[in-house]
Write a protein of this length. Sequence first.
Length: 125
Amino acid sequence: METSKVYFTNLRTTPTSNLLDKMERLVKRAGIDKIDFKNQFVAIKIHFGEPGNLAYIRPNYAARMVTILRSLGAKPFLTDCNTLYSGRRSNAVDHLASAMENGFNPLSAKCDVIIADGLKGTEYR
């Protein structure tokens, strides 16, 4: 079996290279441009975070990834599934409201947000 390649960058920045630029260079170095995205729907699976917490990737990173994918001809969207436990992410309506509260909306993320498993989390096909 071939050894997997691991791509790494540190969190150091300079006035001419921020973390978003570093992420873009990283995915390009990993070969994202070798994938045929032309006219393909591309799901960016992301955790939108619990409102009031900070344990999620910020919307500006998702927006940069959307820009990269669009430049390759893709039709990207952000997605996640509802939770099994009761709470603000257990149904699509509240889940979308939570996502927007944490900044995930078509303006900030540059694409639509779609909950993958339907209104109540019961759609699995």
